[in-house]
Design a binder for this molecule. Structure first.
Ligand code: C2G
Length: 130
């Protein structure tokens, strides 16, 4: 069974996220999403999410492509996660291109094209003017 992992905040879930998750799952048989915790977001990523970790986790778990959601607590857990969950392929959108090439010692690293035009930030901005 080919195991795939990806990481992110996935706030205000939108079709760009779904496009990423669908293509990530297509690379294997089992998709793990390491979901940024509220603490990691606010303390290290500088992100204040609309939905809490638990709410974002429930949304992700409802997606047919997602098999398991685990917490992403810091920037440095990826090598351990790849080993612990016996991951074959690590996937991220290409806004992260080459940022995680160090994982190539542990698994395949794939950067997928981001969906243009949509982002959580854009949704928040657009809603401000509604
Ligand atoms: N994404 C995408 N297209 C968009 C928006 C997002 O393909 N229009 C992808 C991103 O490239 C990322 C995933 O969806 O692979 C999740 O996006 P974010 O929640 O913004 O993730 P980010 O905050 O970049 O967190 O350790 C890695 C970080 O946790 C990544």
């Amino acid at each position: 069974m080919k195991r795939v992992i990806t990481y992110g905040t996935f706030d205000l879930l939108h079709y760009g996220h779904i496009n990423l998750l669908r293509r990530a799952k297509a690379l294997g048989d089992y998709l793990i999403v390491a979901l940024s915790t509220d603490e990691f977001n606010s303390e290290q990523k500088g992100k204040n999410t609309y939905f809490t970790y638990e709410e974002r986790k429930k949304l992700l778990e409802a997606i047919r492509y997602v098999d398991l959601v685990i917490p992403e607590k810091n920037w440095d857990q990826k090598v351990k996660d790849v080993q612990e969950y016996r991951v074959d392929t690590f996937v991220m959108g290409d806004d992260w291109k080459d940022k995680f090439n160090f994982l190539e010692d542990s698994c395949e690293v794939v950067y997928l094209q981001r969906t243009p035009e949509i982002s959580t930030t854009k949704i928040k901005k657009d809603l401000l003017i509604l």
